[in-house]
Design a binder for this molecule. Structure first.
Ligand code: TYM
Length: 348
């Protein structure tokens, strides 16, 4: 962005950070675009820090009891999907105050113009921009703080978070420039795989989202096998059979979406899926996709349900994760206070 000038980038040790809002149940989009890939990163042996971003969730109204429930459910989904709280750090944002402290400092670094260009803000605020919370406007600056409180270098996300990560880069660059330091890394978005943007099952031009009023538009990680299967069989499609190459899906957003979902669930490329199903009717492809989705998702849902039987254990895991997160973030944010010129004379 205009007033951000690139400084030479010193090397920072690789560290992954990512977050998910507990603002509703998780969807297949969250699973394929984020969660599944979080597990892959953990398995690559890189340091991984994952967060239920409850402070972000309250930028729009959340019922307090539901928020607590959804935060636990999200954590259960992480674990059920394969996140091992002993290897990855798993916690909820509000338990580590370094996030909001750094978020404030970043509010003083980020420019109004940068924020006003955020398409997610514009989409969420719609015609109502006078009446949304100030927090919703400042949302990306807290997101930058989440990442940079750990000096994370890589951030796996779905495609919709790309612009927020560009802003995180701009904040890091401007902070480094303003204070003449090489303190923050300029993060790399990690947006990869066949399902970086899973679309609605009712409209292939709209993102699958937990906030869509139609439950038929998404697969929730809490859906049982029968519901998953029905939703896929009823998904909107066109009357043509599947083509024999990806070009043939160009103007067929619903068909393209189902092929991408199949590929991501199976761990194949979309090209492979098209090769296997060239010429197939949806009457054949949809049941195959439904069976695959149930086979992959049902064990996660069952494990989530089992974990949710013991909320105290989930809270314990989040607390232990927060202790480990705090041990990394506290000294980093303390150094930021020194850099910006705050007196820190309390005995600790
Ligand atoms: P959130 O909670 O909306 O979504 C969590 C993750 O899921 C991805 N995702 C999708 N991927 C593919 N297709 C979809 N239909 C789909 N829907 C959601 C999102 O891209 C995201 O990776 N601002 C973030 C949360 C956040 C964060 C952070 C992320 C806060 N601080 C720091 C990374 C680093 C958000 O609202 O995600």
């Amino acid at each position: 962005m205009a007033d951000a000038v690139q400084t030479p980038q010193p090397t920072f040790p690789p560290r992954i950070f990512s977050g998910i809002q507990p603002s509703g149940g998780l969807t297949l989009g969250n699973y394929l675009g984020a969660l599944k890939r979080f597990v892959e990163k953990q398995e690559e042996g890189i340091e991984t820090i994952y967060c239920m971003v409850d402070m972000h969730a309250i930028t729009v109204w959340q019922d307090p009891e539901k928020l607590r429930q959804q935060t636990r459910e999200g954590a259960a989904a992480f674990i059920a999907a394969g996140i091992d709280p002993a290897r990855s750090i798993l916690f909820n944002q509000s338990q580590v105050t370094a996030h909001v402290e750094l978020g404030w400092i970043f509010n003083c670094i980020a420019r109004m113009g940068w924020m006003s260009r955020m398409t997610q803000f514009k989409d969420k605020a719609g015609k109502n921009s006078e009446n949304v919370s100030l927090g919703l406007f400042a949302y990306p600056s807290l997101m930058a703080a989440d990442i940079l409180a750990y000096k994370a270098t890589h951030v796996p996300v779905g495609d919709d978070q790309k612009q927020h990560l560009e802003l995180c880069r701009d904040i890091a660059i401007k902070f480094n420039n303003d204070y003449k330091v090489d303190f923050f890394p300029v993060v790399e978005p990690v947006i990869e795989g066949a399902a970086t943007r899973v679309m609605s099952l009712r409209d292939g031009t709209k993102k699958m989202s937990k906030s869509d009023p139609s439950d038929q538009s998404r697969i929730n990680l809490t859906d049982d096998a029968d519901t998953i299967s029905k939703k896929i069989r009823k998904a909107k499609t066109d009357p043509e059979p599947l083509p024999d190459n990806l070009d043939g899906l160009k103007d067929r957003p619903e068909a393209r979406n189902l092929v991408n979902i199949y590929a991501a669930l199976a761990g194949h490329t979309p090209e492979q899926v098209i090769r296997d199903y060239a010429g197939a009717q949806f009457g054949t492809f949809k049941p195959a996709l439904a069976d695959l989705a149930v086979a992959k998702l049902e064990p996660i849902t069952l494990e989530m349900n089992r974990l949710m039987q013991d909320p105290a254990e989930i809270d314990r895991i989040l607390g232990a994760g927060a202790d480990r997160a705090e041990a990394i973030a506290r000294p980093i944010v303390d150094q930021v206070y020194d850099i910006v010129g705050m007196i820190r004379s309390r005995r600790r």
